[in-house]
Write a protein that binds this ligand. Sequence first.
Ligand SMILES: N[C@@H](CCC(=O)N[C@@H](CS)C(=O)NCC(=O)O)C(=O)O
Length: 236
Amino acid sequence: MITLHGFGRAFGLPDPSPFVVKTEVLLKLAGLDYRRVEGNLGKAPKGKLPFIDDGGTIVADSTLIRFHLEKTRGIDFDKGLTAEQKGVAWAFEKMLEDHVYWIVVHDRWIDSANFDRGPRTFFDKVPMPLRPIVVAMVKRQVKGNLRAQGLGRHSPDERAQLAARAIDGLAAFLGDKPWLMGDGPFGADATMFAFVSSCLCPLFESAVRTRMEQHKNLIAYRDRGMKLWYADLETA
Ligand SMILES: N[C@@H](CCC(=O)N[C@@H](CS)C(=O)NCC(=O)O)C(=O)O
């Protein structure tokens, strides 16, 4: 049995981390038995979640977990796609993971109202009077990461422009197909579902969410994934 170390259900989402959701959907797509546990960042091999424990083999990073599942279980999450389609799917995945992700992080952690509704609750277990110190420290780290990545240096309007281009591209490519590459779902849908549902999360006000809500096909895509993989949460 595979153990998936994530953050746990939060914000009305399967997990606050899109990378954990992606991994869980990959496990579901593969039809593998797994259990979810609340991970400990201090014990995570790369200091990030998700990671999995597969019978004693620890694998960290959602993409490396995908490779591990493909290698050890003989699964091909892209089965049936041409090399060109695989390239396109990969480019969309990485646009979401390495670009849109940071805009989502900015929206959740730097906007005070969003932070109070969401990430602040991660610290509820930290005892007072330590809590505000830990919150300030982690917020400073996140701000530093956003600056290092680069998106933290842009104005809100510039970030919104960048997000709009990505979201409009995703919506245009999806068109009226049920899944990103057509009759799927394929591996890229694990990533796409994770990010579309994260961006549409009603808890947070953001330009990303507003833009995404303008695309009915992305909303329908999120709903399709919820129904297929998280019917329990959909009705919760
Ligand atoms: N490339 C990694 C990214 C994972 C990641 O960024 N996880 C975040 C949560 S969304 C995390 O654990 N951050 C904790 C930290 O940076 O301290 C993957 O695909 O799994």
